[in-house]
Ligand binder design. Sequence first.
Ligand code: AMP
Length: 373
Amino acid sequence: MTATHQVKLKPGDTIGILGGGQLGRMLAMAAARLGLRCRMFSPDPDSPAFDVVLNATCAEYADVEALELFAADVDVITYEFENVPAAAAMILAARRPVLPNRKILETTQDRLAEKDFVRQIDIGTADYADVCSAASLRAAIARIGLPAVLKTRRFGYDGKGQAIIQQGDDTDRIWEELETRSAILEAFVPFEREISVIAARSAEGQVECFDVTENEHRDHILKTSRVPADIPDALAAQACGIAEKIATALNYVGVLAVELFVVKGDGGPKVLVNEIAPRVHNSGHWTLDGATISQFEQHIRAIAGWPLGKPVRHGPVIMTNLIGEEINGYERWLTVPGAAVHIYNKGTPRPGRKMGHITQVLPQTQNHTTQGR
Ligand code: AMP
């Protein structure tokens, strides 16, 4: 089985998952519900995803022999993080279908390539400029203005590899502190709110979007997701249309997340794309308990060559991340009526580390600010 269009798994077949974090863990649990097995690949022996599968490969992504053996044992390969090394993806793709297509990684691993792609398909983003030196940063600021956000082109997440630049800041020092040679400067977006769309696309081109999620970050890390987002229906439809356009343009198979800013426009609020995540996403965790089909199941269905589901939401939903030491409060959450508790078993909590999450489906009459805490 090598070509994407030939993937058609049957119960008992095995999915290979690159990465062993909580996303891989929840993907493997969703696969198990559908009668599919998973084999994980991760260099970290303490990977939380190893807990829920029988077979795992603990090896570096540069270990060619381990990659070959892994590929031989699975029917299709997917990933739970976007920084899969290109060489590893190439070795695997020569042996088994890799879904989503590994070419998508080239676009989404690089903030500049990603923004160029989004603009090429006529979707709005913040103004941005390529930055490769202190001098080019000064030139970019002259064009884009301040405040602005300087981001490394690669390997940034949860606010890491980012700096906000304000009037009067020492830009040469900020450039040095970022310790990179390739960055992007983005205009600071004075957003009203942040939203995301979790979309699934099948190999046949069927696209299903979950209801638009409204996200709040604390210290650049997602803290809560609320569904539905408090935005007009037309704007929600527009956001879903953008996710569908992106998924279709990428010939995407699987689940992707599109993060957007809602900003004031002349004729009412409008959206700008911030980021694309070529994988299941934290802002879609609410779907595990808040909808009939989760983002994890949709992803498994898509890469298995199965029809996507039509998820039905159970009501207004709030998802709260348990970050760092907050996980130690899990016993209190266990007693909150209606709260679904998810613990990732990631060992000792570290500041900023996502350790678990809580989902609460609220009565239709209750709004998000009156959750049962
Ligand atoms: P990112 O890693 O690009 O998703 O950024 C993390 C968070 O930083 C976003 O969710 C926003 O809250 C904030 N942020 C990123 N880029 C911008 C921007 N251009 N303007 C304003 N806030 C931003």
